[in-house]
Ligand binder design. Structure first.
Ligand SMILES: [Zn+2]
Length: 126
């Protein structure tokens, strides 16, 4: 997240980026701020369409494996579909990783414990 800049414009101050007069309190002019903001708003129509297409293709591709895992898992299966989006240095560009994962068997036994390394107990010594 980008912090909301203070938008007071100082006509006597140069923009630290393009050196035009009219910098805001954060040092950049409104034009440069708008460009900066644009860089951080790149999840648009194309990215969403691409994510949808890739997820659909993956589900189709793994139909057989999902079915096999489902049978093996005794009737309960979690299919994880993941889309990781990461902005690159180029404005409007998003690096996207789409992945599918499923566990073939349910967890049947879980042990919960808390370990405190500072409380080492020596057998026989209280
Ligand atoms: Zn500027």
């Amino acid at each position: 997240m980008v912090a909301m800049p203070n938008l007071d414009v100082h006509m006597d101050k140069e923009c630290i980026n393009c050196h035009k007069f009219g910098a805001t309190d954060c040092g950049q002019c409104l034009e440069c701020l708008a460009k900066e903001f644009g860089k951080n708003m790149t999840i648009g129509f194309l990215t969403i369409q691409k994510a949808k297409a890739e997820l659909c293709a993956m589900i189709d591709e793994y139909h057989h494996e999902i079915d096999k895992a489902y049978v093996k898992a005794d009737g309960e299966l979690v299919v994880d579909l993941k889309v990781k989006m990461k902005g690159t240095r180029m404005a409007g560009e998003v690096e996207m990783v789409v992945s599918i994962g499923f566990i073939e068997s349910r967890i049947k036994h879980a042990v919960k414990m808390t370990i405190n390394e500072k409380q080492l107990s020596i057998p026989g010594v209280e």
